[in-house]
Design a protein around this ligand. Structure first.
Ligand code: AMP
Length: 271
């Protein structure tokens, strides 16, 4: 991969990169389509990265289907799928990790210790291997996108990070590889994430600027559905990801909710 990328760079070609854990859906494909528009070569990676999963998380049962993914990637014009093994990424003796600090502490960072250390480490490694000019991430994973922007800036990495809007199912549910875990009975509960964000938007549009008031209403809506357990609902400054009480400037409302055994996240930003 490095040799290929280096020769593309020497030939003056622009490389766009979409890192993923596979089991593609339209959200992934929307990033690849954007990559296709912006570069000469589109590289995607499929790697379920063990270092970003906690001991009790779904690493072993995370959905995987390489053949299906390969066909979908080809259909949107991806040139290369980088598909490494654990042995290649973390050979014995491996001991170097990347820690993005403040911006990874709140939200998912608080409930998934070590998660963003794993994300930053694997993305740093993938950037060194793929040597992209641009890397495209989804805003659905808002904190991940913020951490990647921070890492690239702090470590003087020579690439641009681009964020793309969240792609949704027709009913509004944010697309996620983990949606396959949801039973039909759990679907209405899963929809409370987007419904509570819409409710928050409505309250904001009507002039509400107190974060706690908006969070209370969102909480009520989610708790009224079956089998939901709120991990967090937060309103934060969109660049530092620190909690805010008075909404002003660019702000993100982010939430994580367990529906049955499936942990779902969603967010929206206001300017
Ligand atoms: P994943 O395979 O879940 O690690 O996601 C790979 C990339 O796709 C990440 O940059 C995600 O933010 C992005 N992504 C996941 N779901 C969506 C979605 N519904 N819309 C847009 N991008 C997404």
């Amino acid at each position: 991969m490095q040799i290929r990328s280096e020769s593309l760079r020497l030939a003056g070609k622009k490389i766009a990169f979409v890192p993923t854990m596979g089991y593609f859906h339209e959200g992934h494909l929307s990033l690849m389509r954007e990559a296709r528009k912006r570069a000469d070569q589109v590289v995607t990676s499929i790697y379920v990265n063990p270092t970003q999963f906690g001991p009790k998380e779904d690493f072993s049962k995370y959905p995987r289907d390489f053949e299906r993914d390969a066909q979908m990637a080809q259909s949107v014009g991806v040139d290369v799928i980088f598909y490494p093994s654990d042995q290649e990424m973390y050979p014995s003796g491996y001991q170097t990790y990347v820690n993005v600090e403040k911006v990874t502490q709140n939200l998912c960072g608080a409930s998934r210790p070590g998660h963003f250390r794993g994300v930053a480490t694997i993305c740093c490694k993938l950037f060194n291997i793929v040597k992209p000019h641009i890397a495209i991430f989804g805003k659905k994973d808002f904190q991940q996108l913020a951490a990647m922007k921070r890492m690239v800036s702090d470590l003087n990495m020579d690439l641009e990070i681009i964020g793309m809007p969240t792609f949704r199912e027709p009913d509004g549910l944010a697309m996620s590889s983990r949606n396959v875990y949801l039973s039909p009975e759990e679907r209405p509960s899963a929809l409370t994430l987007v419904k509570s964000l819409k409710l928050a938007q409505k309250l904001y549009a009507a002039g509400e600027r107190k974060a706690s008031k908006i969070i209370d209403e969102a909480q009520k809506l989610i708790k009224s559905a079956m089998n939901t357990e709120i991990d967090y609902i937060k309103i934060c400054d969109a660049s530092t990801l620190e909690d805010v009480e008075d909404i002003q400037g660019e702000t993100v409302m982010a939430l994580a909710v367990r529906v049955g055994k499936t942990r779902l996240i969603d967010n929206f930003t206001v300017e």
